[in-house]
Design a protein around this ligand. Structure first.
Ligand SMILES: Nc1ncnc2c1ncn2[C@@H]1O[C@H](COP(=O)(O)OP(=O)(O)OP(=O)(O)O)[C@@H](O)[C@H]1O
Length: 251
């Protein structure tokens, strides 16, 4: 069975179970700032959606709600079939989350991060996959070096590895390409394609429109905390896509 076959099975399963990502009318407020002002998103199993928008558009806050880190003020958020408000633990279990910043323990090595992730998620028999992911992201040689001295790109790559380790039903990658070299970008593409092939829903927040177009079936554009449009990624490609994107940002 090929990855494409699995992908199609995943897509068919969505129609029956409604798993994936479903966000309706999401609102988040920090004091007087309305960070998210009514966002609707839907990502089917086996699909990947790119989240684009200017600084402060609400992308990371939306991601944090999906990951169970920030509570929604209003709206409905369902990940992997679990409502984040009604079933927060089940929702968190379904998700693999690469935050935009932080998340690593400076005194711990990549291998210790994997051990901690595995323990928190009650994983067994994860070691081969952990080793394979570290090699794929060119982190094998530093598997036992503390992360304190890691470059920004190395830390980004490890964060993607940790998000992907347990093969989550919902993969959330916030700025996974930021400062990452071509080897890391390629490895992240592979992780996204693998996730899609086994029927996971993937959400990728990035400022890199070209990479979003390459790896996502659709892109959603946020502006001022609200969703302006969700469109097939092909319409965002090339010079025409750049013009369309600028028009959506300008309103
Ligand atoms: N913890 C917080 N406290 C106060 N305001 C916040 C907090 N987190 C986010 N905000 C505000 O919410 C808005 C949306 O921020 P968010 O980080 O979600 O945007 P973003 O689209 O991810 O931006 P960027 O592309 O710069 O990462 C911004 O006005 C930001 O200042």
């Amino acid at each position: 069975m090929t990855g494409r076959d699995l992908h199609l099975i995943g897509a068919a399963a969505t129609e029956e179970t409604g798993l994936g990502i479903e966000v309706t009318g999401l609102r988040v407020r920090f004091g007087s700032v309305e960070a998210v002002a009514g966002v609707d998103l839907r990502v089917e199993q086996g699909q990947s959606l790119g989240l684009l928008g200017r600084n402060g558009a609400g992308k990371s806050t939306t991601m944090r709600v999906l990951a169970g880190v920030v509570p929604p003020a209003a709206g409905s958020v369902v990940v992997g079939g679990h409502d984040v408000r009604a079933h927060p633990l089940e929702a968190k279990r379904a998700v693999g989350y690469c935050p935009d910043v932080g998340g690593l323990v400076p005194r711990a090595t990549p291998w210790e991060h994997l051990q901690l992730t595995a323990r928190l998620r009650d994983l067994t028999g994860w070691e081969d996959r952990g080793r394979e992911l570290l090699e794929r992201f060119d982190l094998g040689d530093v598997a036992h070096r503390v992360t304190a001295g890691f470059s920004h790109g190395m830390a980004r790559r490890l964060s993607v590895v940790l998000a992907a380790l347990h093969e989550p039903a919902v993969l959330l990658l916030d700025e996974p390409f930021d400062g990452v070299d071509p080897v890391g970008v390629e490895a992240t593409f592979e992780v996204i394609e693998d996730a899609r092939a086994r029927g996971a829903a993937v959400l990728v927040s990035t400022h890199l429109r070209d990479l979003a177009v390459d790896v996502c079936s659709e892109v959603a554009v946020l502006r001022g905390g609200a969703r302006m449009a969700t469109i097939p990624s092909g319409f965002m490609a090339g010079d025409d896509g750049a013009r369309a994107y600028r028009a959506l940002l300008a309103g």
